[in-house]
Design a binder for this molecule. Structure first.
Ligand code: K7E
Ligand code: CUA
Length: 666
């Protein structure tokens, strides 16, 4: 550990303060929980004193000397051996992918507040590319040409986003390789990335919500995209009810996966958090906290339980079709609050499933039988039996298991052999457990636990290969750790995250349940989640297909490169682009003209990309083979402006130029 202990008192103070805060939350829970039913936190059954819990929590809360010990503290049981061993044991298959060879899996990471999607290969963990989504990206010209900048403008004109939950489109429960959908937690948006071109092709700014956190496709056939608003706000949020937090609402939103239009929303009590669906197109499950509907932390953590919401999608659609809604900002809003008449009867629109307070997430098993709700503040995972959602009228009986897994459970993923893997934020571990054993053993018991492995440090999401589809393959697991601390060369006070690759293909009977840590990978902050598909699921185009934009943009050849003057103040410039020349060696416009340049890369050979940039005009477009892009600007500065290519495309790349000649308008 490079951070040495015992200097700044400010650090100590913040630890003490954090301890006090958590202590208060737990004390309240403890008191109200006494003598109550099994959904309470039940700290005594942890087998740990509250003091131990506090210490672990404090270490998490402060990126100081104590926090460096988070992993170490939990090594007391001597299960750290394998985690120091980067090469793994002889049972781990080769994860080094030699030069020139390809990975077995595509991995798609949400970039967090970098706003993008990162594409990695697995098991090499090599970053292959980034797909800008909510962010502008000069390296790919995204947010610079007319098409993408207009899309960003129409989606609210924000300059950034916070991408969290990437979801791959499915057909019949299997990844179909068409799209990734991802939310913007910051500005309440949902975007779609086209996996033929690895390019964002749609962004929807969801009305009536401020922040979209949970986001997923509906299994098995991607009939809807669902999005949860985490923050409760007045409806509409136009200045009314500012001082009336009771009137704030949280909405569950359905979008059309093709048009990306918002279809309807459902209003609920409490807030909404993360989402997953069953595998039959009926239930969407949303974790939730703040059933208290408080606006300050003390209010949000007062009660010892919250409610997972189960949305009955056909019933909601029926209510919408029957006109059973109110409309706000053009969106039908269905009443899904606890007392709603739509929630009565055999097919309630929304069911409220009681869980321990502040659960974090829901992830449905690949066979669609169970939805796992990680406890976060509770050391348990609550197992929802999805079939019972349709058959069991008593909501508290829908939870059919509740294994005690460890401290700070956040996310759960699956292999192909009936095992679940849960990240433990506070323990800095991954726990492997057996699903059917957990269902068949008493709640709060540890019978289902098969082993734990240390990770470094404070894991958030974990994801196993193909685990969100009906076809998990069960050999690799990635743990997205929030902190890297002393794992890499220091790079200043903002550290990389540390994504760790774990082999899970061996069900060995050891302390780690056969899990083996094989490699560490620093990642640029701060990815939130990832999803993995076998390489055969994704079939990207190698060059553009001009028929994909036929009728929208002209395919400009060398012979039709030209300057069209539309009127006294509007000019259209058309140029082809190839090694090592532009179709126009120069072009002439007048000061004050609105200029639109349409440029086509006429080359057919793969990987020959050209740029077209105009210095001092902030123009920067990138053109893959057979692609056409447009850019519009005002030529407000007279003079000579060299147009050049940004991609090193040939031996004559530097000579690949044109000139924009802007004549003074007298
Ligand atoms: Cu758990 Cu935004 Cu998916 Cu982060 S959420 S950990
Ligand atoms: Cu084209 Cu460099």
């Amino acid at each position: 550990m490079t951070n040495t202990a015992s200097e700044p008192t400010e650090t100590d103070e913040s630890v003490t303060e954090y301890e006090a805060q958590l202590n208060k939350v737990l004390a309240d829970t403890d008191e109200t929980a006494a003598g109550e039913d099994e959904v309470s936190l039940q700290l005594p059954s942890l087998g740990l004193s509250r003091r131990d819990f506090m210490k672990a929590g404090a270490a998490v809360g402060t990126i100081g000397s104590l926090a460096g010990c988070a992993g170490v503290m939990n090594n007391g049981e001597g299960n750290s051996g394998g985690s120091q061993n980067h090469s793994g044991s002889g049972d781990v298959p080769e994860h080094f992918v030699p030069p020139g060879e390809h990975d077995e899996y595509y991995g798609f990471w949400s970039g967090g507040h970098s706003g993008d999607i990162r594409v990695y290969g697995l098991p090499s963990m090599r970053e292959l590319t980034r797909v800008p989504v909510f962010n502008r990206e000069p390296a790919k010209g995204y947010g610079f040409d007319d098409g993408s900048s207009q899309m960003l403008e129409d989606a609210g004109g924000y300059t950034w986003g916070d991408s969290h939950h990437p979801s791959l489109s499915e057909t019949d429960g299997k990844y179909d390789g068409r799209y990734i959908y991802v939310n913007d937690k910051a500005n309440g948006r949902v975007a779609r990335v086209n996996l033929k071109y690895f390019e964002t092709d749609a962004i929807t700014d969801v009305p009536n919500v401020q922040s979209v956190h949970g986001c997923c496709i509906q299994s098995p056939d991607t009939d809807y995209i669902f999005a949860n608003s985490e923050f409760r706000t007045p409806l509409p949020n136009d200045g009314r009810d500012i001082d009336n937090p009771d009137k704030y609402v949280s909405l569950f939103t359905a979008l059309d996966p093709e048009s990306m239009e918002v279809l309807w929303q459902v209003e609920v009590d409490g807030n909404l958090d993360i989402l997953d669906t069953d595998k039959d197109g009926k239930w969407a499950l949303a974790s939730a906290y703040n059933d208290e509907e408080g606006v300050e932390i003390e209010e949000m953590t007062k009660n010892d339980r919250d409610f997972v919401k189960a949305f009955n999608v056909p019933a909601i659609q029926e209510a919408v079709d029957a006109g059973n809604y109110r409309e706000v900002n053009g969106v039908p809003i269905v009443d899904g609050t606890k007392g709603s008449s739509l929630n009565q009867g055999d097919e309630p629109a929304v069911r409220y499933i009681p869980t321990p307070k502040s659960p974090h997430c829901v992830e449905v098993t690949p066979d669609g039988k169970y939805g796992m709700v990680a406890g976060k503040l509770s050391p348990t995972v609550s197992i929802i039996d999805i079939e019972k959602l349709s058959t069991e009228p008593d909501s508290s009986k829908v939870i059919v298991g509740q294994p005690k897994v460890g401290l700070g459970p956040l996310h759960t993923t699956y292999d192909d052999r009936g095992h679940a893997y849960t990240s433990l934020f506070i323990d800095s571990q991954v726990v492997k457990w057996d699903i059917e054993t957990a269902v068949n053993s008493p709640k709060q018991s540890e019978e289902a636990i098969l082993g734990k492995i240390d990770v470094h440090y404070n894991p958030g999401h974990i994801q196993a290969v193909q685990a969100m589809s009906t076809e998990p393959t069960g050999d690799w697991l990635v743990v997205l750790n929030k902190l890297s601390k002393d794992r890499f060369l220091p790079v200043g006070p903002i550290y990389p995250d540390n994504d760790q690759l774990i082999y899970i293909g061996n069900d060995k009977d050891d302390e780690q349940g056969g899990m083996e840590l094989v490699s560490d990978h620093p990642v640029y902050p701060e990815p939130h989640d990832a999803i993995f598909a076998t390489k055969d699921k994704i079939e990207p185009a190698k060059t553009w297909d001009k028929s994909d934009y036929k009728g929208e943009k002209e395919y400009v050849t060398e012979s039709n490169s030209r300057v069209d003057r539309v009127d006294d103040e509007t000019v259209e410039v058309y140029t082809s682009v190839k090694r090592s020349e532009y179709g126009l060696r120069d072009f002439r416009v007048k000061e004050g003209d609105e200029v639109t340049i349409t440029a086509t890369n006429v080359e057919g050979s793969q990987d020959i990309v050209h740029g077209l940039v105009v210095p001092e005009y902030d123009i920067n477009i990138a053109l893959a083979p057979q692609d056409t892009r447009e850019v519009t600007f005002t030529a407000d500065k007279p003079g000579v402006y060299w147009v050049y290519c940004t991609y090193f495309c040939s031996a004559l790349h530097l000579e690949m130029r044109s000139r924009m000649l802007v004549e003074p308008r007298d």
